[in-house]
Write a protein that binds this ligand. Structure first.
Ligand SMILES: Cc1cc2nc3c(=O)[nH]c(=O)nc-3n(C[C@H](O)[C@H](O)[C@H](O)COP(=O)(O)OP(=O)(O)OC[C@H]3O[C@@H](n4cnc5c(N)ncnc54)[C@H](O)[C@@H]3O)c2cc1C
Length: 293
């Protein structure tokens, strides 16, 4: 199938893109890497009248570190994240996660901003942004808004962005010295969207967690920052404690049934991920196999 007829405009600046978006409202769509937008148009799931191509706006590209904040431009491609020494040093969770996003051909074109604006609940990068406590920077004609990643994702393919705004960047606090991270997903094949996944960042103090951000994906309509993690912070973790946290976690999740997995299977996989994550982060293999009751 082919996309229905549409007009095309190449924006020359952020200001120019915003003028076009305001003039055409929800009849216009922003084009970044096109790796989600073009398939959706070709399947006629969406039929925008105007495509606003922001791909040539250089101010939206790049990775910079300043004053303890890592800023990543919206047009930064997945491959650039994978190859960046700044990302490896200051947000290593992202370096690990990006290898699971699709395949090289898609990573060569797909962008961070596109992935976050698309807000697929099975995507890796939205979950990483919540785990890393990122701030999403969006710009409209009246100025910029900064939104905590945890508040940015509103549902399946839904975000806090309006049709008149552009996602311009994300800001991440650089990783602390005693921070550790974990990333794992279950997928049918490497590069497929996850059936269930977990992106986590923690502070380890001695043998306990000082902080633990567990963000599950593909088990709800958006990335889920698990409240059950609070049970595991500032305490000695025993297999019994993990066994109590596990059903509490399962209750927080609202996974869908689909062709890939039932909701029960997704809940089970999330519990497996929880145990493996806690075991790996604390260097406690005795915990990694437990907690799935
Ligand atoms: C076969 C295949 C497998 C894939 N597998 C995975 C996977 O395993 N995990 C995963 O996370 N992704 C996967 N993807 C999606 C891929 O990562 C996309 O690159 C990403 O979701 C969208 O990025 P993009 O730059 O291509 O955005 P586009 O396709 O250009 O845009 C996506 C949406 O975001 C909007 N948008 C884009 N940029 C902005 C902006 N700056 N401001 C406001 N709105 C904007 C667009 O209007 C559109 O609605 C896959 C894609 C394909 C085709």
């Amino acid at each position: 199938m082919k996309a229905s007829a549409f007009s095309y405009a190449r924006a020359t600046s952020v200001g120019n893109a915003l003028e076009l978006l305001v003039a055409h409202g929800d009849k216009a769509k922003v084009l970044s890497g096109g790796q989600s937008l073009m398939p959706a148009m070709n399947l006629r799931l969406i039929c925008p009248e105007l495509i606003v191509d922001i791909g040539e706006i250089s101010e939206l590209r790049g990775i910079a570190v300043s004053g303890g904040v890592l800023t990543i431009g919206a047009l930064t491609r997945h491959v650039d994240l994978a190859n960046s020494s700044e990302i490896a040093a200051h947000a290593p969770l992202l370096t690990e996660a990006i290898a699971h996003v699709a395949h090289p051909a898609i990573r060569n074109r797909g962008t961070l901003g596109g992935s976050l604006a698309h807000a697929d609940p099975a995507s890796e990068l939205p979950a990483c942004m919540v785990a890393l406590n990122a701030t999403v920077v969006v710009r409209g004609q009246t100025g910029e808004r900064r939104i905590a990643a945890g508040d940015f994702f509103k549902g399946i393919y839904e975000t806090d962005l309006s049709a008149h705004e552009l996602l311009v960047a994300v800001e991440l606090p650089v990783v602390k010295k005693n921070a550790v991270h974990f990333f794992h997903e279950f997928a049918r094949r490497h590069g497929d969207y996850a059936i269930a996944g977990l992106a986590a960042q923690a502070i380890v103090e001695g043998e306990a967690f000082g902080d633990l951000r567990l963000v599950f994906f593909a088990v709800g309509d958006r990335p889920v920052l698990a409240k059950a993690a609070a049970r595991l912070v500032k305490t000695t973790i025993t297999p019994e404690l993990l066994t109590q946290a596990s059903p509490a976690l399962a209750q927080e999740l609202d996974p869908q049934d689909d062709q890939q997995a039932s909701s029960n299977m997704r809940r089970h996989l999330a519990k497996v991920l929880l145990a493996r994550c806690v075991g790996a982060l604390l260097g406690r293999p005795d915990l990694a196999a437990g907690g799935t009751a």
